[in-house]
Design a protein around this ligand. Structure first.
Ligand SMILES: Nc1ncnc2c1ncn2[C@@H]1O[C@H](COP(=O)(O)OP(=O)(O)OP(=O)(O)O)[C@@H](O)[C@H]1O
Ligand SMILES: [Mg+2]
Length: 348
């Protein structure tokens, strides 16, 4: 009897349909069953940790994690359980450390020696690192600061100088007036650099706290390009164009960006460039198997020879949804089956 593919969900949360599941879960489960692979959903509940762990260990060939981090109580225990299951030989889709590795903002910093991320991209885990580097970086160009927690542009700030700095300085003085635009809604605030940096302490402290600092890419005006990936295959492209007003740089829906769904063929240059470096990306992020369903977001920039470069802005892989395109479910099921077969061949 074949072992099962187990999908982890949690009860509750705004991502659930009337049957209590994420809308994209049962289509995957049913597609697997149609193809002859037993599959079921297990609701993670930290109070039943032991029981769940043993059930999955004994019954699953693979797990697929479909839990939105915002709905998850007992994240640390969930991740340790997934890690243990992977060690027991259950195929992790994805491995918990891949989930955090790809999804955390500082993934970018691990990729600065690829052409996907500018070399002057930094991560700050302490206020002293932040105060040491950021005023120097800001002297050279406009910056975008990104907090790790939160989404939809909260705590993502474009930072520009709002006055000239004295000639000959090697870093922007902390008393300098700066213009800060937040990606949630493109609203503008003026600050003194030092005071703004103190305000940013909230993003650095606590679990998973960090700020990533990268150059502002003005061609964001032309849009952010999201590749929706099934393991190593880009199957959809979303082009997100920020609102037209002067300060708008955000590609989030709430900020007024326009979304367009493109066939991958329109973005062949980007896709070929990314796929040619995927092996390196995987290696730099800990050499885990590529996540089953994940996204990579790009912004255009100018290469030295005048051609287009594509800069990676962020990746997501915790629980990327495809509720608006449920017809993808059989393809996802095929990909899951392919993973299982690859693992069987490795063992043979
Ligand atoms: N380096 C950059 N240059 C220009 N614009 C940028 C840059 N980085 C991010 N942005 C803009 O800010 C927006 C939010 O940034 P990002 O996607 O990193 O944060 P997020 O809050 O995690 O968003 P999401 O909800 O997509 O996960 C992007 O969609 C993009 O429009
Ligand atoms: Mg984003």
């Amino acid at each position: 009897m074949k072992k099962k593919v187990i999908f982890f969900e949690v009860q509750g949360g705004s991502d659930k349909g009337s049957d209590g599941h994420r809308k994209d879960t049962m289509p995957m489960v049913n597609a697997l069953i149609d193809k002859g692979y037993p599959a079921e959903v297990v609701f993670f509940d930290v109070a039943r940790l032991d029981e769940i762990y043993h059930y999955v260990k004994d019954n699953a060939v693979a797990y697929v994690s479909r839990i939105n981090p915002g709905n998850l109580h007992g994240e640390a225990q969930y991740f340790s359980m997934l890690r243990a299951l992977c060690e027991d030989g259950v195929i992790g889709m994805p491995h918990p450390d891949a989930m955090t590795g790809y999804g955390a903002k500082d993934a970018l910093v691990k990729l600065t020696d690829t052409s996907l991320v500018p070399t002057d991209t930094y991560a700050y885990y302490t206020m002293s690192e932040f105060f040491y580097q950021f005023p120097k970086a800001l002297l050279l160009n406009e910056r975008v600061l990104k907090q790790n927690r939160g989404s939809t542009g909260e705590g993502i700030w474009r930072v520009q100088l709002a006055e000239n700095v004295p000639p000959g300085v090697t870093e922007v003085p902390l008393s300098t007036k700066i213009k800060c635009t937040e990606a949630t809604d493109n609203h503008v605030e003026y600050w003194k650099l030092g005071e703004f940096m103190l305000f940013c302490e909230q993003y650095i402290i606590g679990d998973g706290g960090m700020l990533v600092d990268m150059p502002f890419l003005p061609r964001i005006k032309e849009g952010e390009i999201r590749l929706f990936m099934l393991r190593d295959t880009p199957i959809n492209v979303v082009h997100k164009k920020p609102a037209a007003d002067a300060d708008a740089f955000s590609a989030t829906l709430f900020s007024g960006a326009q979304y367009r769904y493109d066939p991958p063929i329109l973005w062949e240059g980007l896709i070929n460039d990314f796929l040619s470096q995927l092996h390196t990306v995987k290696e730099k992020l800990g050499n885990y198997d590529l996540p089953l369903i994940w996204t990579a977001d790009f912004i255009l920039s100018d290469a030295p020879d005048g051609s287009d470069d594509y800069v990676l802005g962020e990746m997501n892989c915790s629980c990327v949804g495809f509720t608006s395109e449920l017809s993808l479910a059989p393809r996802v099921a095929d990909e899951i089956i392919a993973c299982i077969k690859e693992r069987e061949q490795l063992k043979a």
